[in-house]
Design a protein. Structure first.
Length: 663
């Protein structure tokens, strides 16, 4: 029988790997690594389908159901691997995850010819395991999307009324066209390094997906508390000590027991770390802790949330004069809690650009930062921020201006923090926080903000009854078209000068001539910088060091971002030499003129009276005093003296101070 493989993405030749038998071993490894680095991007579009499968399968497992994997060859072996690791990792019943491979266990180590071609084989194997379609679920794994053993298994379970998941690495696929997968997860990994060898990229994608599904199910079943494996059962000395450490970490000050006493608690709790932690934290008998865990489907965090709510019931949870300001920026999230008296606490967490990392990740980072601020404020220390009613809240978020995300962000933040009725949190773009530093000056009617970091942008704000509201923006075109006066702009200008010097010198002195003693001090400093930063690069090939400092391949997005950062990083050299080097000073002055033009456009275009206008300078480059002074001097010559000039490096504190003054 002839099988048509030509249309499968996994069977086509990879144009990037046609010479792998003729490159050096190092280059071969780099090619292999580069191809593997594409896999997460192939899995990312499948996240929604994976999440939906986890939600459905976890409920069925909670009801006593099992998860079956079926596959042939590498796909089957990956199913066996994933199913085998769940019981020891999460103390799951040994038959909760069952893996079946075409050809049986013999096929784990040896090829069994023809086993995958039996469409009825999976049905027989599933029946032998007493597959119950009422509660059991099936994950059919087939990189090619056409394995008969898998297609037959999915068809059998779907017709029997069970839940089915298809995991494939091509699109379209037979799994998809037959319609027997309730959840189709298609991670299109493309041509393999070695044509048709799906144990490589397709296998890696499959492993990522199966890891995500099984781990997600275990987390949904309450097998973790945070990222701790609380369903650990202390069956030996090592695990007993680990169990005691986990209990102490979870219980904190509530755990006053000695090691011997903890061993007794664990014994009473049948070796269950989760039950022991609940017993100690809640200070209740084992039976009561078991009942609460059962009520919350084994999720320890839900048990503790209920306990805290009960403790806080009837208590006054509103702290008069407490405000919260969150600067949820693209590189980090900073939260500040402040009282009317100025008592404050600050928390810091990861990036929050919703356009880059998604809504869930933004809310997670914000929650971490707010809780840390709560812990660091003497007024709120020891509480969960979810139990506090803040008098006023301002949240500035990177990426907020995308219309499709605005309402979702608002709703998520309204649920995240509590405020008095009729006074919801104020949610804006993060840049709007910058106007707060001059908002308390009553003789200021408008504000112009200039941000100069890796990029550059200017914005204007006008005072209204409810505060300053943004009016206009200039610049912010990105590094391909603009960003003059930014770190990127200054670095770009310095590098262009250095590269031009290099070309001129080589054309007049010979291509192989030594550069170092013949270039200007600024250019020499730039060459030394790249030599120190990237020692494996050719020190005389500056352009390659800028664009790609290490040999090999990199993802397009990461490479572009890395190049931008490397160019912007040169600005530090230029700024440090501006006081003593004419070339550096000229570049810095040019950058100041570019930023001043943004200010001038906003001021003249809107006929702003600068004597009653605040000038706010923000971003990494504005923290450099010499550059900041150069900008202010140019602006003063062009427009006159502003009513107030402020440099902002902690917008969240400025926002919190403004909120507290308004109480």
């Amino acid at each position: 029988m002839t099988v048509q493989l030509a249309g499968l993405q996994t069977e086509t030749r990879n144009p990037r790997t046609t010479a792998i038998d003729r490159v050096s071993t190092e280059q071969l490894c780099r090619i292999l690594h580069q191809e593997d680095s594409r896999i997460p991007a192939a899995v990312e579009p499948c996240i929604l389908a994976i999440a939906q499968a986890i939600e459905t399968l976890s409920e069925r497992v909670r009801s006593g159901g099992r998860v079956f994997y079926i596959g042939a060859g590498t796909s089957g072996r990956l199913g066996v691997l994933d199913a085998s690791e769940i019981p020891p990792t999460y103390s799951a019943p040994p038959d909760q995850f069952v893996a079946l491979i075409a050809g049986g266990d013999y096929a784990l180590r040896h090829a069994k010819e023809g086993a995958e071609d039996s469409r009825s084989g999976a049905e027989a194997d599933l029946k032998a395991c007493n597959f119950d379609p009422q509660v059991d679920s099936l994950i059919g794994i087939a990189s090619s999307g056409r394995t008969p053993y898998v297609l037959g298994g999915l068809e059998y379970v779907r017709k029997a009324g069970g839940v089915t998941v298809g995991v494939v690495c091509v699109e379209p696929s037979a799994v998809g066209s037959e319609g027997n997968a309730d959840y189709l997860i298609a991670a299109v990994t493309g041509p393999e390094v070695v044509t048709g060898s799906t144990r490589m990229k397709a296998g890696t994608a499959t492993k990522l997906i199966l890891n995500m599904i099984s781990t997600g199910i275990m987390i949904k079943l309450g097998k973790t508390y945070g990222n701790l494996m609380v369903d650990l059962r202390a069956t030996n000395i090592k695990l007993q000590q680990r169990a005691k450490n986990i209990i102490r970490f979870i219980a904190g000050p509530s755990c006053v027991q000695s090691d011997e006493e903890l061993e007794k608690v664990l014994q009473d709790c049948h070796g269950s770390v989760k039950l022991a932690a609940a017993t100690i934290v809640l200070n209740v008998p084992v039976a009561e802790a078991e009942a609460r865990l059962l009520r919350h489907k084994g999720v320890l965090a839900k048990v503790f949330e209920e306990h805290e709510s009960q403790q806080n019931a009837g208590k006054e949870v509103q702290h008069d004069g407490l405000v919260l300001c969150v600067d949820a920026g693209g590189t980090s999230c900073k939260a500040v809690i402040m009282s009317r008296e100025g008592v404050s606490g600050c928390g810091v967490a990861g990036p929050c650009n919703v356009s880059s990392i998604g809504l869930d990740a933004v809310i997670t980072s914000m929650s971490q930062a707010i809780q840390e601020a709560t812990d660091n404020c003497s007024v709120t220390k020891g509480r969960k921020f979810s139990s506090i009613i803040f008098d006023s809240v301002w949240v500035g978020i990177a990426g907020y201006e995308r219309p499709a995300l605005t309402q979702s962000l608002n709703n998520a933040i309204y649920e995240l923090v509590k405020t008095p009725p009729g006074k919801p949190p104020k949610v804006t773009a993060d840049i709007d926080l910058l106007s707060a530093s001059v908002s308390m000056k009553q003789d200021i009617d408008s504000v112009i903000v200039v941000v100069s970091g890796t990029g550059s942008i200017g914005m204007s704000f006008k005072r209204t009854e409810s505060g300053f509201h943004r009016q206009a923006r200039v610049g912010g075109w990105g590094h391909l078209l603009g960003d003059d006066g930014s770190g990127y702009g200054i670095g770009r200008q310095a590098l262009r000068k250095t590269l031009h010097e290099t070309d001129v010198y080589r054309m007049t002195h010979g291509i192989t001539s030594s550069l170092a003693p013949s270039l200007s001090p600024l250019s020499q400093a730039i060459y030394e910088h790249f030599k120190d930063q990237y020692p494996t690069s050719n020190p005389d090939d500056l352009l390659s060091s800028i664009v790609m400092p290490a040999s090999g391949f990199h993802g397009t997005e990461d490479a572009a971002l890395g190049t931008t950062k490397r160019i912007a990083g040169v600005a530090k050299i230029v700024l440090s030499m501006a006081a003593t080097d004419d070339d550096a000073r000229e570049i810095v002055n040019g950058g100041a003129v570019s930023l001043a033009e943004l200010v001038s456009l906003l001021a003249k275009g809107q006929r702003i009276n600068v004597s009653r206008c605040g000038l706010v300078l923000a971003g990494g480059l504005m923290q450099d005093e010499a550059y900041r002074n150069a900008l202010v001097e140019v602006v003063k010559k062009q427009l006159g003296e502003f009513g107030q000039v402020e440099t902002v490096n902690q917008p969240a504190f400025d926002g919190a101070r403004l909120l507290s003054k308004g109480l």
